[in-house]
Write a protein that binds this ligand. Structure first.
Ligand SMILES: [Zn+2]
Ligand SMILES: [Zn+2]
Length: 157
């Protein structure tokens, strides 16, 4: 993933009520194959764009359904159209996750960097990629590629 400029990324739900923006580049883009992500999307996996909260320029502040799917995880959906707009974690407050399918512009040249939770991958989906498998569902951390000056985030499990 290469960016010549710091570009703003914009996203919105299907009906347009819930909109967001953040400053590129994101920390990571990964396909998560865990059951929770499959249930949330209804698909074989969810592609997550993880950003630092400090880079978020806009989040929807109303018309949101707040879904507590785990003790710590919160998924926010548009209350009008049901689109999953973003997720946050009570412990990892510095990160926000956006499902890549809700992003409208700003990540056209971005590529997925890794697969997550592949031990939960469904048998009916055959990936055709050489992406690294970076975590299982027990060791769930936002994936941050090895770059100088960028620390991999870890939390106690
Ligand atoms: Zn909507
Ligand atoms: Zn997941």
């Amino acid at each position: 993933m290469s960016y010549t400029l710091k570009t703003n990324v914009h996203g919105a739900c299907a009906c347009g009520v819930a909109q967001f923006a953040f400053i590129a580049p994101p920390l990571s883009i990964v396909n998560c194959h865990c059951e929770e992500c499959r249930k949330a999307s209804g698909a074989a996996f969810t592609t997550w764009v993880t950003v630092e909260r400090s880079t978020v320029l806009q989040l929807p502040d109303r018309h949101l359904l707040v879904m507590r799917v785990r003790e710590t995880g919160i998924r926010y959906r548009c209350e009008v159209c049901g689109t999953h707009v973003y997720s946050a974690d009570q412990f990892d407050k510095q990160f926000i996750g956006f499902p890549m399918g809700v992003i409208r512009r700003g990540l056209e040249s971005a590529v997925v960097q890794a697969n997550y939770c592949v031990e939960q991958r469904v048998a009916w989906f055959s990936p055709h990629d050489d992406l690294p498998n970076v975590a299982n569902s027990v060791d769930f951390d936002p994936y941050v590629p090895n770059e100088p000056g960028r620390e991999r985030h870890n939390h106690e499990t």
